[in-house]
Write a protein that binds this ligand. Sequence first.
Ligand SMILES: C[S@@+](CC[C@H](N)C(=O)[O-])C[C@H]1O[C@@H](n2cnc3c(N)ncnc32)[C@H](O)[C@@H]1O
Length: 249
Amino acid sequence: MSTETDLSHIPGFKRTMETEVESHDGREGRVLTFIKSRIDGEPTPIPVKTLLDLMDEFSFQEDFLISIGDHKAKVFTDIIHEKKPKTFVEFGGYLGYSALLVAAAIKEYASDGHIWSVEADKDCAAIASELITLAGLDHMITVVLDKTTDAIPKLQGQGHFKNVDMLFLDHDESLYKPDFQTCLATGVIGTGTTIVADNVVRPGAPEYRRYVRELKGVQSKGVRGLITPGNFEDEFEVTEIVNADEARQ
Ligand SMILES: C[S@@+](CC[C@H](N)C(=O)[O-])C[C@H]1O[C@@H](n2cnc3c(N)ncnc32)[C@H](O)[C@@H]1O
């Protein structure tokens, strides 16, 4: 990311700008150590808000995290409250930030809601699982350690992914379009599904955005959300499938 913003007050982000490495370099293990040191002695389950606040604090003070962060979390929570999904699938789980956020929001209106969080990196998946256990949400969130291309047919074959209420794309922008197309063709998503794609402006997913905006049978729009820390402009692309048969033609 290039920016003119003064980053001196955000040590975590400044470091990431200097090294140009933003994840998968050992910081993920340090987040877990940081969180554990701060909740030491606290009774479990640990409130989701406490865990997310600690991840945000780490991202601000220590090392930037590629989780959705606090501003997008508020925007995303509003989307969840509006759409009220019960079955939620995310591609790109990282450390469980978005999965925990969504689980806490769904719990408010559906005791039988479920989140499937697909994550390709084993260390990230293990840390996410540990945080989910600390939050007492194992019954609501299943972390799937796999690449999306392998996970989609596997879970669809097991009957878990069928016309899901919401799909969150937050893995590799170059896979947004092919993974969307596979999900549409196989019935993982269908009429009534909302697809939320992160980072469509920064780093950007122009091909995906053009594709969903031109597709028949869907309605799609950008929703502003800032990358924090740093307050960099970005958007979610929020896409509703109104008529899956039309979209499949
Ligand atoms: C931006 S992070 C996800 C952040 C997470 N949704 C959150 O807000 O807490 C992207 C994650 O996608 C994972 N990833 C990248 N390519 C993937 C793939 N093909 N299948 C599954 N996960 C993938 C990366 O390992 C990384 O943890």
